[in-house]
Design a protein around this ligand. Structure first.
Ligand SMILES: Nc1ncnc2c1ncn2[C@@H]1O[C@H](COP(=O)(O)OP(=O)(O)O)[C@@H](O)[C@H]1O
Ligand SMILES: [Mg+2]
Length: 447
């Protein structure tokens, strides 16, 4: 009998361990909350002093403290680690705020992050200076980019859209007021369109006008038609749409001049035009020239985009450009256009040169990080930050249908823009519910 109970208990325990192992691989979030977080927190608390000491992150105590140690506590004077101000567990990791003592700088802590990561057995440690004298150690308990889940609560602003998750578990936000124009680079199949899809999903819910330029016959943006104010699917159409946009920009500047303000957001709310976001999928298709005659059109379009990029921020017109490459091969003025697109996101690239085009002016190590993105992880990218730093991000996977659904739901937000009306895409009918087999039995009419 006792043998049976022991056997049962052992099986139960084994099943428990097996379940945990399964959860660790399949549901890392759950595993982290149940097991990883308490274990890591305990490990951190117990080994903090010793770890900081061996990682070289301690300083000699102040004279007063040394005096007290020697004479009151009657202990040997030992170097002290940074003071822990706050420890917070999150669904992805652990955040520790440290007060940096005199004699250490945030770079010292950042330099030791690899050692700290191993000491506490966490997936990654990112060091961020939150204010002078205080740094945050953002640890993640598992690889959050393997299966991206966006945090539920995200601090949003008027023109802020969450698009991806950073490696440290915080959301990567696209803020159009801070960074008006952006360039997204990446090889074929690296996740650029997914990035734009996430953007559109967020933008669709905001009071903005969306203009799509997708010269791959609209295969990507066609399904977002209900929420688009204009969709150009050929370079010729795009040329005309850009012309309308430049005209719109000039009209808006007249409006600003009449109200004597310098910025769209300073206008009184009742006369303020809606912000417009222009999304270009595959800029190379747009600037493609087959015959000599097209070159003129291309150069005109590049110049129109340069004008928009240079001035349109003040009147709330923003550019979001995607491409496989963005070099001088795109025509006269292309490099000038690139210089105006301040936001940079680089997905996996085929050559270092492309990564340099996107990130070279941000940091050399960002260029390197972009060149080593694994091909089996589409959607991973290196994004430049407004602060001059960079981070590794990944977009959550959403289906085109899901975003098309959001676009239909918020179709009432499409602003009234008469100038763009001719380019408003035809809205495909909502998918009709599939006709199932009839439940009514046919009855012969003859009697
Ligand atoms: N964040 C992601 N997570 C998982 N799969 C992704 C992600 N981003 C893209 N993919 C997949 O990678 C493939 C290529 O993505 P896509 O956005 O069309 O690339 P691109 O536009 O750069 O050619 C698609 O099959 C897509 O489902
Ligand atoms: Mg694409």
């Amino acid at each position: 009998m006792t043998d049976l109970t022991t056997a049962l208990e052992a099986t139960g325990a084994l099943a428990g361990v097996g379940g945990l192992g399964y959860a660790k691989v399949r549901a890392p979030r759950v595993y982290w909350s149940l097991v990883g977080l308490p274990v890591t927190w305990g490990r951190f608390t117990v080994t903090y002093g010793a770890t900081m000491d061996v990682c070289g992150l301690t300083v000699q105590p102040s004279r007063l403290r040394a005096f007290m140690m020697r004479n009151v506590a009657r202990r040997e004077v030992q170097p002290v680690p940074p003071k822990v101000r706050r420890v917070k567990g999150t669904s992805t990791g652990l955040i520790v705020s440290l007060r940096i003592p005199a004699g250490l700088e945030p770079a010292d802590v950042a330099a030791a992050s690899e050692r700290l990561r191993h000491a506490w057995g966490v997936h990654s440690v990112t060091v961020v200076e939150t204010k002078p004298g205080v740094v945050e150690l953002r640890m993640t308990g598992y690889d959050v980019l393997r299966q991206v889940r966006m945090p539920r609560r995200i601090k949003a602003g008027p023109m802020v859209v969450p698009v991806a998750l950073r490696e440290d578990g915080t959301p990567f936000l696209r803020d159009y007021c801070q960074v008006p124009h952006e360039l997204t680079l990446g090889a074929n199949f690296s996740g650029k369109s997914m990035y734009q899809r996430n953007l559109i999903k967020g933008l669709a819910k905001l009071p903005v006008g969306l203009i799509g330029i997708d010269c791959k016959r609209g295969v990507e943006q066609g399904s977002y038609a209900p929420r688009l104010s204009a969709l150009a699917t050929t370079p010729d159409e795009a040329d005309r749409v850009l012309e309308v946009l430049v005209k719109e920009m000039e009209d808006r500047f007249d409006l600003l001049a009449r109200h004597r303000v310098a910025d769209l957001w300073s206008l009184p709310e009742d006369v303020r035009p809606v912000p417009l976001v222009v999304l270009v999928d595959e800029v190379a298709e747009l600037f493609l020239v087959a015959v000599k005659k097209d070159e003129e059109r291309r150069d005109r379009m590049v110049m129109q985009m340069v004008r928009l990029a240079q001035m349109a921020r003040a009147v709330g017109i923003y550019l979001e450009v995607c491409g496989q490459r963005f070099g001088s091969e795109l025509g006269r003025g292309a490099t000038m256009l690139r210089a105006q697109l301040t936001g940079r996101v680089v997905h996996r690239v085929n050559d270092k040169q492309t990564a340099e085009m996107g990130l070279g002016d941000i940091a050399p190590d960002a260029v390197f990080a972009a060149t080593v993105i694994a091909p089996d992880r589409p959607g991973v990218a290196v994004a430049g930050d407004t602060s001059g730093g960079w981070s590794r991000i990944r977009t959550p996977q959403v289906t085109a249908d899901e975003v098309a659904g959001v676009c239909r739901e918020f179709a009432h937000l499409v602003p009234d823009l008469p100038a763009l009306a001719p380019f408003r895409p035809a809205v495909p009918a909502a998918p009709a519910p599939a006709a199932g087999p009839s439940l009514v039995k046919p009855r012969p009419v003859t009697k």
